[in-house]
Design a protein around this ligand. Structure first.
Ligand code: ADP
Length: 508
């Protein structure tokens, strides 16, 4: 079954070990290289390419089937010598290579070496090695439309030119395009382009097409709550005449939403940085202007407040850096043996000891004796615990209690941090892990904080495949429970119901 990533197979795959995933075709080369050596393998290909490639010959060609050839031999050799050329005196027109996302190579380019770089330069690719040969009876517009149908998730339209002027266009829309326009596919088959371009969803595409026969042009289509990227590419005949255009629409709404979220985050961040700066400035101004008279002692409380604000700012900047760092790290750093919970909990309690004692909190740590290590980096585990134990101290009541419990539950290491503090209002729970969110209550206003701690905790826990839950009663207390995968074992899925694990090895 597909699993959420990370961890990636190269870090933790089969039996929790680093695992290489490759096509059977690639893996089949390994024994030959081991037996005969790298030099022999490199000597097989042509023009600096190494090894062989299997192509699947099909279409209008005499000999269809699988052929294995040295990488880099000319396409013409594969098609004419091995494949026997087009049948019954027909003439080869083009070769579609690399599957639907590959490209068509025209007859004039058949001497191209069949290697990755040369094919890519012609806009095709080797890909899975599929090769569909077409002779002069094939219509390239029809072929383009077939490809458009094969890519069902992407709305694609082929606009076919009519007549020598190339100005009248007819549309062939694939299923996804018809669906995005709310039409049955047949309704758009061969419809005049004006009809297609009249849909509000495609407003703006007309202007894109009106540009002077562009080879390739893109334009963003913005419809308020929905936006997409339209791209138009011309396709030509052997003699260079434009046969039509392929219009592809990519839904960019999720990307736009992400960009907006980033902007919102930056705006809040700037506001959070600016507010304490303003306060510090006012406090310093009072001191500089000497508003409180010549007695220096009168300024002490002001400067102490300014100092506390500066500490808060420094903490915010530290948290922001951690938060952004998590986004930048593609793979979370996990030591090979994971992290030991007991050591991390002991260090965290020690770190908060002065504050715990100052508030007269009773505290306890209860860890199952055989607690396995958790699949999380040591630094990350410390950050998670520091935030949870810090909150259980900050938002507790004087003389209250605080406990940290650790046990194994359903294949995870579970750590619960419980306090007897102010609790959290049920209606505020859904926003608790949002960046910069602080409960708008008089009790929290008196407590130093920036609302980034829980957002950081959630990201750190979730990126190693763990979860975090909260249970709270306002005025009575809160429990945060994190579940972390066990080091050395694959992360279990949260709910395992008769699940069958299987491994699919591509045969192409
Ligand atoms: P901070 O504590 O810096 O404000 P957090 O992201 O750690 O930021 O917490 C966000 C908010 O969640 C806090 O402002 C507080 O309103 C609430 N909160 C977190 N932990 C607790 C807790 N143990 N008890 C009560 N409220 C909490």
């Amino acid at each position: 079954m597909p699993r959420p990533r990370p961890p990636y197979p190269a870090v933790s795959g089969l039996f929790g070990k680093p695992t290489v995933l490759n096509n059977v075709e690639t893996l089949a080369n390994v024994p030959a290289i081991v037996l005969r050596g790298a030099e022999w393998f490199q000597g097989v290909g042509l023009h600096g390419a190494a090894g062989t490639k299997v192509f699947a010959l099909s279409g209008t060609i005499r000999n269809t089937g699988l052929v294995e050839v040295p990488i880099g031999i000319p396409l013409r050799t594969i098609i004419e010598d091995i494949g026997g050329g087009a049948p019954e005196g027909h003439e080869i027109k083009a070769v579609q290579i690399g599957g639907p996302s590959g490209g068509c190579i025209p007859r004039a380019e058949l001497d191209v070496p069949a290697d990755h770089g040369s094919l890519q330069r012609l806009g095709a690719m080797m890909g899975s090695g599929g090769m569909v040969v077409m002779d002069e009876r094939s219509c390239m517009v029809g072929e383009a439309f077939v490809v458009a149908q094969i890519a069902p998730a992407v709305p694609v339209t082929v606009l076919e030119s009519e007549g020598a002027s190339g100005t009248t266009l007819h549309a062939l829309a694939n299923q996804a395009m018809a669906q995005s326009l709310g039409q049955p596919a047949e309704a758009l088959l061969g419809a005049p382009a004006e009809r297609l371009l009249g849909f509000p969803e495609l407003a703006g595409v007309g202007e894109l097409l009106a540009q002077d026969a562009p080879e390739y042009a893109v334009r963003e289509l913005d419809r308020g709550d929905h936006c997409s990227m339209a791209s138009v590419a011309a396709f030509r005949s052997d003699s260079g005449e434009v046969l039509g255009r392929i219009l592809t629409i990519a839904d960019t709404t999720p990307l736009r939403r992400m960009a907006l979220e980033k902007s919102r985050f930056i705006r809040t961040m700037v506001h959070e940085l600016r507010a304490p700066l303003g306060a510090i400035r006012s406090l310093v101004e009072v001191a500089v202007d000497g508003c409180l008279g010549p007695d220096l002692a009168a300024y002490q409380p002001l400067l102490a407040r300014a100092g506390a604000r500066i500490d808060g700012l420094a903490e915010l900047i530290g948290d922001l850096l951690s938060f952004l760092q998590i986004d930048l790290e593609r793979q979370p750093p996990i030591p090979p043996l994971g992290s030991e919970i007991a050591a991390a909990v002991a260090a965290t309690v020690e770190e908060h000891r002065a504050r715990i004692d100052a508030r007269g909190l009773r505290w306890s740590v209860e860890l199952a004796p055989d607690l396995p290590n958790a699949a999380i980096g040591e630094e990350d585990l410390r950050t998670v615990l520091r935030n949870l134990v810090g909150n259980a101290t900050k938002y507790n009541r004087d003389e209250g209690s605080l406990s940290v419990r650790g046990e194994t539950a359903a294949g995870f290491v579970m750590i619960a941090v419980q306090d007897t503090g102010i609790g959290i209002r049920a209606s505020n729970l859904p926003r608790l892990f949002d960046e910069f969110y602080r409960e708008p209550r008089p009790e929290t206003r008196a407590v130093e904080g920036n609302g980034l701690g829980l957002a950081i905790v959630r990201r750190l826990v979730e990126r190693v495949g763990g979860t975090i839950d909260v249970a709270s009663v306002e005025g009575e207390g809160t429990t945060f429970a994190i579940r972390l995968p066990i080091a050395g074992l694959p992360a279990p899925l949260p709910e395992r119901t008769n699940q069958v694990d299987c491994c699919v090895i591509s045969t192409t």
